[in-house]
Each structure stands twice: as structure tokens, then as C-alpha cells.
Design a protein. Structure first.
Length: 87
């Protein structure tokens, strides 16, 4: 995908931006209460990991992306995990 800006949507190709992507429900988490709550950090990629590929310093979250964290988003935060987990 051509990245015209740092906006998250520009990490995806034109077809995925237009038609969306399918994510298995087993990789989605609803954050009801977490201290601190997960947030996205600025990285060169989609997932919240440090430059070596390890989990970012955000508590115990595995590599993830918060998908509804903007001020205009309603409801609890949704987190998409990069990989399947046993939890």
C-alpha cells in the first residue's frame, strides 16, 4: 500500500481501504477495564511493538492495534491482536 500520510488507513491497499478486511473474532478483544487502557503508539507498522518486534511497553498486551480510540468513537475500545492467543 502506498503510504501518503501517517494515517492508519494508509497502511492498507486501495482495495482493502474500499472493501474492508476480515478479522477473525478470536483476535478481537473488547476492553472494559484495563489500567492503563491500551493505546496506539507511533510505529512504522500496524502493530504496537517496539523496533525489535517485541511487545511495546503497554502492560501485558501482546502485539495489537486499538481500532476505535479517537474522540468521536463510542463504546468500549476494541483491540485487534496480531496473533491468535490461548486466552
Amino acid at each position: 500500500a502506498e503510504q501518503a500520510s501517517s494515517a492508519f488507513r494508509h497502511h492498507f491497499c486501495a482495495a482493502c481501504q474500499k472493501d474492508g478486511v476480515t478479522i477473525p473474532a478470536s483476535r478481537v478483544r473488547v476492553v472494559v477495564s484495563a489500567e492503563p487502557p491500551p493505546v496506539n503508539i507511533r510505529t512504522g507498522g500496524v502493530w504496537n511493538v517496539d523496533k525489535s518486534g517485541r511487545v511495546s511497553q503497554q502492560g501485558s498486551w501482546p502485539p495489537h492495534r486499538v481500532v476505535n480510540q479517537t474522540a468521536g468513537s463510542a463504546g468500549p475500545r476494541l483491540v485487534v491482536l496480531r496473533d491468535e492467543t490461548d486466552e
